[in-house]
Ligand binder design. Structure first.
Ligand code: ZN
Length: 503
């Protein structure tokens, strides 16, 4: 709205002979006043830009008794001016203000301006501007004005946008802005900078990874592995930190370190899991602190995902469980994973247990030799570790529940089996049939502690879970992962053994 350039179009030839302002003999610092011109005892370094009149008067003052009256102005850019000395440095930020007064009877647009030379000529920029009502002192101010980089021969001055009216100036002030209050420091893992590390951080980072969006995610505290980018590995580490909060105390250094590994402590973070042999006790790292005491628990488990054709049944099942704060175990079919990594990330982020269902779901796995058995397991393990950015082993659900002595004497993990078979894979099976199976087991007392066999690849199964999750919550059950169910009930699992129930 201000015809700013016009004001200066003829200003090139103005010569300025002004005292140079210099407030300090010593280096200046934050919060320090550099200029405080009240004109009580002199011109304080200010004078005219050209042929206008600039004089001290005691007929008007914003503070004290005196101000400067600028009159006989032939151009809008005529006004009180002073050269800024070496206290003001190009490229740095300063606060400026001044009080102005005019009595023209109309509102006049006025500016506190800066002239500087950039090496190729003079430039004029405004520091502050505003409408100034007649017969009223008005403050023009800018708390943070950066003097342009490369600026030299700086002159601070007061002018009008167009009017040639007389005006008064007083209390021209400049200081180095106070240092910014120190930014609060947030712990690694406090993704959203709300001061704590909790499920919201996990949810926010998950959302960011899935959509590559979201304002609440901060790189400085989300980049758990400090590699400069946010990946699933960061999410996985965040979940580990969340589960093992004591680790946050050891993370002030820039590398993720673990405390100690004793013979009994489970591996944490990115630590390589010690190789187990069949018969060894399984490392159960499940966090069961979220399950209230005295609850009946059931481990719903879902095979054969990710949904191979992009169906959303697996996600619907996760979401139905998430709504109740429940967790389940998902046994993933390796060759269905590529392209559906986000479903696995989503499961991990939701607190569900990611698990292994072999690479290509062989129907004769029980006839494989040891090398073949191990290869089917390891290929999925490596894939999941790659997606989640961890190095761990995963529970295995045997395809068709087919076991063999070769399998049980080869693989270093337990095999959750089938305590209750919903038979959701049978042709024509309905959601209601699955619901009835579970409700009857709950009512006859046989559901508590059971591993329930289900498949995420059927819409009827998703529908059943959407109905069962709230029903189970209302009936005193907590749906949890296989590992959580065993941990909560104080039961161990052993590598190479099958489990239908934790009891
Ligand atoms: Zn299967």
């Amino acid at each position: 709205m201000y015809s700013f350039k016009k004001c200066f179009s003829t200003a090139m030839s103005v010569s300025i002979l002004l005292a140079t302002l210099s407030a300090n003999a010593f280096p200046v610092s934050a919060g320090q006043t550099l200029l405080d011109a009240g004109f009580e005892s002199g011109l304080d370094g200010f004078g005219a830009r050209a042929a206008e009149s600039v004089e001290r008067v005691n007929t008007k003052a914003y503070e004290g008794s005196y101000s400067l009256l600028v009159s006989n102005r032939g151009n809008a850019w005529n006004g009180a001016a002073a050269s800024l000395g070496s206290d003001w440095k190009a490229g740095e930020t300063y606060a400026f203000s001044c009080a102005v007064y005019q009595a023209s009877g109309e509102t006049v647009d006025m500016k506190l301006s800066l002239q500087y030379n950039d090496g190729s000529g003079d430039n004029w920029v405004q520091i502050a501007e505003g409408p100034v009502s007649s017969d009223k002192w008005t403050i023009l101010s800018n708390d943070k004005y950066m003097i342009p980089a490369g600026a030299a021969s700086c002159v601070l001055y007061v002018e009008t946008a167009e009017s040639l009216c007389d005006f008064y100036v007083d209390s021209i002030y400049s200081e180095i802005p106070s240092a910014e209050p120190p930014k609060p420091t947030f712990s690694r893992g406090d993704v959203n900078h709300d001061g704590g590390i909790d499920k919201k951080d996990v949810a926010d980072l998950t959302g960011w990874l899935l959509t590559k969006g979201g304002d609440s995610v901060n790189l400085d505290t989300s980049d758990m592995d400090k590699d400069g980018i946010l990946t699933a590995a960061d999410l996985s580490l965040l979940r580990q930190f969340f589960i093992y909060p004591e680790l946050t105390r050891t993370t002030t250094t820039t590398t993720v370190t673990t405390t100690t590994t004793t013979t009994t402590a489970p591996p944490v973070n990115n630590e390589v899991w010690p190789e187990l042999k069949p018969g060894d006790k399984w490392y159960n790292t499940a966090d069961v602190s979220w399950i209230p005491a005295g609850k009946k628990t059931v481990a719903l488990s879902f095979d054969d995902g990710p949904c191979p054709n992009g169906e959303n049944y697996g996600i619907r099942i996760q979401q139905a469980l998430n709504k109740q704060g429940f967790h389940a175990t998902f046994f993933y079919w390796g060759e269905r994973i590529p392209g559906h990594e986000s479903e696995i990330l989503s499961a991990e982020a939701g607190g569900h247990e990611v698990a292994n269902h072999t690479w290509n779901h062989p129907d004769n796995y029980n006839h494989y030799d040891a090398a073949g058995v191990l290869s089917q397991y390891t290929r999925v393990k490596d894939k999941l570790n790659d997606i989640l950015g961890v190095k761990r082993d995963y529970l295995l659900r045997l395809p068709y529940l087919n076991n063999s002595t070769t399998i049980s004497s080869t693989l270093p993990v337990p095999f959750p089996n089938c305590g209750i078979n919903t038979a959701d894979y049978e042709p024509g099976h309905t959601a209601q049939q699955t619901i009835s199976t579970i409700q009857q087991a709950a009512q006859n007392g046989s559901l508590n502690g059971k591993v329930v066999l289900m498949h995420e690849v059927y819409e009827e199964t998703a529908k059943a879970v959407e109905s069962l999750a709230p029903w189970l919550a209302q009936n005193g059950y907590v749906v949890c992962t296989v590992s959580e169910m065993f941990k909560y009930n104080g039961k161990d699992m052993y590598a190479g053994r099958t489990y239908d129930s934790c009891f």
